[in-house]
Design a protein around this ligand. Structure first.
Ligand SMILES: NC(=O)N[C@@H](O)C(=O)O
Ligand code: NI
Length: 166
């Protein structure tokens, strides 16, 4: 029987070991443009390393995952952070793992709401984008440049997510 993973609600506190939750946090807000605009300031700082590295902004158009869904692998980006911010008004799933001696530990799965994004800090184990329900677009801020920025790990036994909600 595969090892079942439960799904948690995404909160800044629970996600803190892995990166930041991107959301309109009241404590970050400052009024600008003559009071007509609320600026939620400096929610995270993209990280890039290595000569010739640059921060880039992308759009990822994700196909929805089918459930039950097997988490058979995790990846990480040793040379830069990677953030996902929903553009299609859809929730999505986030899976992250602590590093255990150079390999990912048991994944933790979160359901991100349409008004939440995530930033994976550099070298944090995560599963590739998991859109839910419909094709979904995401604004992705990550690293471009020379060097290998992708490390993958494949589990001997996959984990299973039965349904994409807590
Ligand atoms: N390959 C790629 O750019 N995407 C992954 O890094 C991902 O986390 O979805
Ligand atoms: Ni990635």
């Amino acid at each position: 029987m595969p090892d079942l993973l439960s799904v948690q609600h995404l909160t800044p506190e629970a996600f803190a070991p892995f990166g930041e939750v991107i959301s309109a946090k009241p404590e970050t807000m400052r009024l600008i443009n003559g009071g007509t605009t609320e600026r939620f300031h400096a929610l995270f700082s993209p990280e890039v390393s290595g000569d010739g590295a640059r921060v880039i902004v992308n759009i990822f158009r994700g196909q929805p995952r089918a459930f039950p869904y097997e988490i058979g692998m995790m990846e990480r980006h040793p040379l830069g952070s990677q953030s996902f911010s929903p553009l299609s008004g859809r929730p999505f799933l986030v899976a992250v793992s602590p590093d255990e001696g150079g390999r990912p530990g048991r994944p933790q799965v979160f359901l991100a709401q349409p008004d939440q994004g995530v930033n994976y800090r550099r070298n944090v184990w995560h599963h590739p984008l998991m859109a839910v329900g419909e094709i979904s677009d995401f604004l992705v801020v990550d690293r471009d440049g020379p060097g290998n920025n992708l490390e993958e790990f494949f589990f001997d036994m996959p984990f299973l997510i039965l349904e994409p909600h807590p």
